[in-house]
Design a protein around this ligand. Structure first.
Ligand SMILES: Nc1nc2c(ncn2[C@@H]2O[C@H](COP(=O)(O)OP(=O)(O)OP(=O)(O)O)[C@@H](O)[C@H]2O)c(=O)[nH]1
Length: 344
């Protein structure tokens, strides 16, 4: 029986997973795709952005959102039933793409493909780890050795690396292919050094491919034929042997508002708040006063981008909402207060 190939796209918050998937859908070479999109925050922004593509290769009914928690922790409750439903359709997709949340560990998801109900009908064609070249160059995943030493001194039982570093390593160690994305933001001369460092974290023989805006040929990404669920032992994780893991090191909340009078002032305020607080990622949709289109706002680390993506649909409530994801303990009240003045 032919098993449906499934590609798992992993990568830290804001690495460019949704951007890559949008390009893949638009250039799928006629393959009928289904998409499972997982997000850490309560509001599904990525699903909305991908549905906005309106591409016949991946119609809206073939896009399933699993918001509200990382897929690695909701495997049994959310992922397995969703996958079973997709596989049981009278006309199942030819290839399934799963976008994990930026904080998800890929290994528990791959392991789910060993479940009896799934393993006869689907296989993991490949795990693709997206790496934000700009963030690596800025040292955002490197451990803050001084802070770690201080934390260990305060708590003798602390034996793990920084949460960001551990996630980064887990995602790389599970990969069949690494995409070094956002190369446009880094000096070309620095890329070879980044690649050499990444190669030290991957399994032997894993290819590293450079990209801007996730532009990679579908033939490179799909059809790897890895069968990743069959060689999990070669994919080490910091959480091997643990019954359970959590994402306690990270937190997220949603800030809502109405029509925003001044989008530039909002971006400025976001920049100030990101610099002052432990914010890792902000994304959402904004209603701008006097504009028929909605503004998509994206912040990855200190870099903030915004663009109008489409007109508000008739009957759709004009509303502004931003998902904020950061390190545990970020000052939510101060961030909310900071945004309140500019969020309408
Ligand atoms: N300059 C540049 N920006 C990029 C590139 N790829 C993605 N971006 C931008 O980075 C931001 C985040 O991209 P997404 O595709 O949403 O990242 P993601 O990995 O899906 O984010 P999460 O789902 O929140 O983890 C967006 O503003 C993108 O436009 C790239 O290669 N170069």
């Amino acid at each position: 029986m032919n098993r449906i190939p499934t590609t798992v796209i992993t990568g830290f918050l804001g690495a460019g997973k949704t951007t890559l998937i949008r390009h893949l859908i638009a250039n799928a070479g006629g393959r009928r795709l289904a998409l499972i999109i997982n997000e850490f925050g309560d509001v599904g922004v990525d699903g909305d952005l991908v549905k906005g593509c309106n591409d016949a290769t991946c119609p809206e009914e073939d896009i399933v959102e699993l918001a509200n928690g990382c897929i690695c922790c909701t495997v049994a409750d959310d992922f397995l039933p969703t996958m079973t439903r997709l596989l049981s359709r009278p006309n199942p997709p030819e290839h399934i793409i799963i976008e994990t949340s930026g904080l998800a560990l890929p290994k528990p998801l791959v392991k789910a493909f060993q479940w009896p109900d799934i393993r006869t009908r689907a296989t993991v064609d490949g795990v693709i780890a997206l790496i934000d070249a700009d963030a690596v160059a800025a040292g955002r995943f490197a451990a803050d050795e001084a802070a770690l030493a201080a934390a260990r001194a305060a708590d003798q039982s602390l034996d793990h690396d920084s949460p960001l570093e551990e996630l980064f390593e887990d995602q790389l160690a599970c990969a069949d292919m690494v995409v070094l994305n956002k190369c446009d933001l880094v000096e070309t001369g620095a890329l070879a050094g980044i690649e050499a460092a990444l190669a030290g974290e991957t399994r032997a023989g894993v290819r590293i491919v450079r990209a801007d805006h996730g532009v990679i040929d579908a033939a490179v990404l799909l059809g790897i034929g890895a069968g990743a669920e069959d060689d999990l032992d070669t994919r080490p994780s910091h959480h091997d042997g643990e019954e359970d893991h959590d994402h306690d090191d990270f937190d997220s909340f949603v800030v809502r508002g109405g029509d925003v009078a001044d989008a530039a002032a909002l971006a400025d305020r976001l920049g100030t708040l990101i610099a002052a607080h432990d914010i890792l990622r902000v994304k959402g949709m904004i209603a701008v006063a006097g504009k028929a289109a909605r503004l998509v706002v994206q912040a990855v680390g200190p870099r903030i981008q915004h663009h109008f993506d489409r007109a508000w649909h008739p009957g759709e409530a004009r509303a502004s909402q931003l998902v904020v994801i950061g390190q545990k303990g970020m000052d939510r009240a101060a961030i909310e207060a900071g945004l309140a003045g500019v969020l309408g």
